[in-house]
Ligand binder design. Structure first.
Ligand SMILES: [Zn+2]
Length: 307
């Protein structure tokens, strides 16, 4: 049987994939429509994106289910299709690996609103939505579940608990940090810092602590986050930064960090102890291919040292 994700990364670092959202846009998804629905309506296009990440060397694929909970799908009048959308997401990622034994990570993004007393959603609604999605991903055979782009401890707690209760073989919590205005540090939009997040995740059943996306979080900031996580917990760390900062060019959001620029940050991340490295918004299979080479070199050097 394939070893559990959080066990295998104690032996060697793994490579995750790059962006899905921006790649879906390139494949013709219109702004504001449901990328997750494409698992049912355009599975071939989702598969083609994920195959390119596998060909680039990714060991892990995140399912195309970021907005696949009932509350998010309801915005596209597809709340009744949670099970189908998520099962198809797992099946497509599995197919993208072909004969390779990669790790399919079931992706759960934010539910997209605020909970009481700040917003209109009750805690029970959010818990039910995450639980339903997590069950669908686990039943379809996901190797892990990632609760990602999280900014609040309350929502993170519901996500982690939904993944645990669904029986996910491995549970990952991933926060989105923003660099503060004075540039001195970073924390989530809701004011959570890396130490708080890591301690909370360790105490609430996460197997891997992670960060992804965020504002102003380049590879250097990502390394600082890894260091702060590692000072707080012994859990393995996963990192998926954006490919630079978003810029509006001809009414389109573009990310400007090239594979050559971004890959310079990979070795420092590995030296800081990152166990899974991928990338978020704006990254492409070319970024992931560059990361593959950097990770392989790092592993070789460490074998040479007899480490
Ligand atoms: Zn992102």
């Amino acid at each position: 049987m394939k070893p559990l994700l959080h066990h295998v990364i104690r032996e060697r670092p793994l490579l995750a994939d790059g962006a899905m959202g921006t790649e879906l846009m390139h494949a013709g998804l219109e702004q504001g429509s449901s990328g997750e629905a494409w698992n049912l309506t355009h599975p071939d296009r989702v598969l083609a994106i994920q195959r390119r990440y596998v060909e680039a060397g990714a060991d892990c694929l995140l399912t195309n289910t970021f907005g696949g909970c009932r509350i998010m799908l309801n915005r596209h009048a597809r709340a009744d299709m949670v099970a189908e959308v998520n099962a198809a997401g797992v099946a497509i990622a599995r197919r993208a690996f072909g004969a390779r034994d990669g790790y399919v990570i079931g992706d759960i993004g934010p539910f997209g609103g605020l909970m009481e007393p700040y917003g209109e959603f009750t805690e029970a609604q959010v818990r039910d939505a995450f639980t339903e999605q997590a069950r669908a991903l686990v039943e379809a055979g996901a190797d892990a579940i990632i609760i990602e782009t999280q900014t609040s401890i309350e929502e993170l707690r519901l996500g982690l608990s939904a993944a645990k209760h669904a029986g996910a073989p491995c549970v990952i919590g991933s926060m989105a940090y923003d660099v503060t205005l004075d540039g001195s540090t970073f924390r989530t939009m809701m004011g959570v810092d890396p130490e708080q997040a890591a301690a909370f995740m360790a105490a609430n059943g996460a197997d891997i602590v992670a960060l992804n996306c965020g504002t102003g979080m380049d590879m250097t900031r990502a390394r600082q986050a890894v260091e702060r996580y590692r000072q707080t917990t012994s859990l393995p760390v996963m990192v998926q930064p954006n490919a630079g900062q978003p810029k509006l060019v001809n009414m389109r959001v573009v990310y400007d960090e090239t594979p050559d620029e971004m890959v310079r940050g990979v070795k420092p991340l590995l030296d800081a102890g990152a166990a899974i490295i991928g990338a978020c918004c704006g990254s492409t299979p070319d970024h992931i291919r560059a990361f593959r080479r950097a990770i392989d070199e790092h592993v070789l050097v460490h074998r040479g040292e007899g480490a």
